[in-house]
Ligand binder design. Structure first.
Ligand code: ADP
Ligand code: MG
Length: 491
């Protein structure tokens, strides 16, 4: 009978898929129109149910008539192959009623190795043949893996609609949209988004998840931070339930792993992630990751894992420019019904150029102050609120920093730069440092001279003049200055 089924199936699907997913199946039993087939793992069973349920149904009905049913027996993944029959009726196998008591493996694993909820996640496959942990009722397994009850851990307020587009995020955003529209089928798999703190990584990847969830409700989207992933994994080790952990993640259709840099140096967790990554990727599932630095700088991450990241697309997020910051503030105001005069918005967008989180933080504190003091938000209040941030900025660009940066840039020893030598290379570096000290600090000429080995103010004036002249006459020199200025601007 099974051979006939296979013929029907083979005619309907590709050769490759047939070999991968149907050749390994063994027919084990046929009685009363119920055919039991043995599959190698829970994951295998999941995949068949997900992708080939129609083909299987058609074949069974053709061979056994309309009452024909199929049941799976799953080989236990560890140790000797032990069969645990799992009676799942096509095609309603996953429609079993009743809420699962398991949202994430953490919830399951937290309750200990012997708890029945931990077993639910694994289903029959991971349960050793010892009676203590066997499922009492095989239907419980299908209940627990009903994806409708798996929680995606997404925050619905992060969407594409409220993710402002700018030069800083254009590539990442459009790649994210492409992935959200066609998860698993674009060449952006995995999609890796990287960028500094507060630049919108989490927002973007959550928007991807929310978008997929709203348009493909049958897909299991899971958002998890790498930190939480690690903690869950460690907990599963402790609870002797690593297989449960893995099985849970193999159910995922779209896996979003946030802040992957957290896995640095955690070899065991990386190994597990590598395993999950490969399985999901092979099955055409979408993987989305974020990192606070480019992949090449992820020290402590295994090369084989890093090389996987290159299979897809890596896109970075930059700091937003002034216009984008304006748009972000205006969008936020509209969203939260806040009213702020235009010149204050402009002032904020101008002054807070570090990251979006900081920008939002200032807005929130302004709103709070305004309601506390029953006062409209005005420029004075904004300046007051920003005082500590601006002071920090000024404190950061001090003469020491300028001297150090210039010495490094021109490859001269810092102590010579501050001393009285007249060596030519040192002289240029020193003059440039003085030039920037005048431009970026409020020190007097006399004070600047004092910081450079006790020169008088006319020496400083001469240096600044020399540098200005060189900027006008020497193109190479000018571009060096431009490059250096970037190191001081925005600090
Ligand atoms: P990250 O994960 O990179 O540290 P988040 O995604 O948490 O940053 O973003 C910080 C805050 O800034 C969030 O509240 C987020 O909604 C907001 N944000 C970041 N980028 C944008 C953007 N382009 N448009 C609107 N809000 C943004
Ligand atoms: Mg984040």
């Amino acid at each position: 009978v099974w051979a006939n089924c296979l013929r029907v199936i083979k005619a309907n699907i590709g050769e490759q898929s047939y070999r991968t997913w149907f050749m390994p199946i063994m027919p084990v039993h046929l009685q009363n129109n119920v055919l039991i087939i043995q599959v190698p793992s829970t994951y295998f069973y999941e995949f068949l149910e997900e992708h080939y349920v129609e083909e299987l149904k058609r074949a069974i009905h053709q061979e056994l008539g309309p009452d024909g049913r199929l049941e799976y027996s799953i080989v236990v993944d560890q140790g000797n192959s032990q069969n645990q029959p799992r009676t799942l009726n096509l095609p309603t196998a996953r429609k079993a009623a009743g809420p699962a008591d398991v949202a994430t493996p953490a919830a399951a694993l937290a309750s200990g190795p012997m708890s029945s909820s931990a077993r639910h996640v694994a289903g029959a496959a991971a349960a050793p043949a010892s009676s203590a942990t066997m499922l009492r009722n095989p239907f419980e397994a299908s209940k627990a893996i009903d994806r409708n009850y798996l929680h995606s851990q997404l925050n619905g307020s992060y969407t594409f609609e409220n993710y402002i587009e700018g030069d800083c995020n254009r590539l990442a955003r459009s790649a994210g949209l492409a992935v959200a529209n066609k998860p698993g089928t674009t060449s952006f798999n995995p999609l890796m988004v990287y960028g500094g703190v507060g630049l919108g990584k989490t927002h973007l990847v959550q928007a991807i998840g929310n978008h997929i969830k709203s348009s493909n409700s049958d897909k299991f989207v899971l958002y998890v931070s790498a930190e939480k992933f690690t903690n869950q994994f460690i907990e599963s080790l402790r609870a002797n339930a690593v297989q449960d952990f893995a099985n849970f993640y193999l159910l995922v259709d779209i896996l979003i792993l946030d802040d992957v840099q957290f896995l640095s140096g955690k070899d065991k967790t990386q190994e597990m992630f590598f395993h999950i990554f490969n399985h999901l990727h092979q099955a055409g599932k979408q993987i989305v990751m974020t990192s606070d630095r480019p992949p090449r700088d992820l020290v402590g991450l295994e090369d084989r894992l890093l090389s996987r990241f290159k299979w897809g697309l890596t896109a970075d997020l930059q700091s937003p420019d002034f216009e984008t910051r304006m748009a972000i503030i205006q969008n936020k105001m509209q969203q939260d019904g806040i009213d702020i005069p235009p010149q204050v918005v402009e002032y904020l967008a101008h002054s807070v150029n570090t990251n979006v989180r900081e920008l939002e933080g200032v807005l929130i504190s302004l709103v709070a102050q305004s309601s506390l003091n029953r006062r409209e938000i005005d420029l004075e209040m904004a300046k007051q609120a920003l005082r500590h941030i601006i002071e920090e900025v000024e404190a950061e660009v001090n003469i020491d920093f300028i001297q150090k940066t210039c010495a490094e840039y021109f490859s001269v020893p810092l102590d010579l730069l501050k001393a009285k030598t007249r060596k030519k290379e040192v002289v240029t570096a020193r003059q440039v440092a003085m030039y920037f000290a005048k431009e970026h600090t409020s020190h007097s000429l006399k004070s600047i001279g004092h910081h450079f080995g006790g020169r008088d103010h006319s020496t400083v004036i001469h240096s600044v003049q020399t540098v200005s002249d060189l900027i006008d006459s020497d193109k190479n020199f000018r571009s060096q200055i431009v490059e250096l200025r970037k190191k001081f601007a925005g600090r």
